[in-house]
Design a protein. Structure first.
Length: 146
């Protein structure tokens, strides 16, 4: 049986890997805001769980690329009607290299298999995120030229 020090080290390793991947996919501003928003003694364990398991274990596993994971998340979050999280993962999908066409096609697939209302909400969420992302990218390019 592992001692508490070994367990603590395992948690630390998963959290460190998870926070790295989470920042790469979702971006520093989102992660910083999420960590701040859920920093109370009550909700901090949730952030640890999300970061260790979701990002540190699932997102670092071999077998799927980040693009593939993003594509799966678009479908699953749409099917579940989790629009806020879908927005986070649409942004992550763009950061992971998915194109607008791939995102659009994933959402059309959602419409066929999960229903048109899910696709409508998915498109509504995605279109705003894509527009905001493109605006941020163009502003970033302008700043880098100055």
């Amino acid at each position: 049986m592992a001692d508490s020090k070994q367990v603590e080290e395992a948690h630390k390793t998963l959290f460190e890997e998870g926070i790295k991947v989470r920042r790469e996919v979702a971006g520093d501003p989102y992660v910083d805001a999420a960590l701040k928003r859920f920093s109370s003694d009550f909700s901090k364990p949730l952030q640890s769980l999300l970061t260790e398991v979701g990002w540190g274990w699932l997102w670092t596993r071999p077998g799927l690329t980040r693009k593939q994971r993003s594509l799966l998340n678009i479908g699953m979050l749409s099917a579940l009607g989790k629009w806020t999280e879908l927005g986070v993962h649409i942004r992550g999908a763009l950061r992971n290299g998915l194109t607008e066409v791939e995102i659009r096609e994933a959402l059309l697939q959602v419409g066929g298999y999960c229903g048109l209302p899910a696709a409508i909400e998915g498109f509504r969420t995605a279109e705003k995120v894509v527009e905001d992302y493109k605006k941020e990218q163009s502003e970033s390019k302008i700043k880098s030229k100055l």
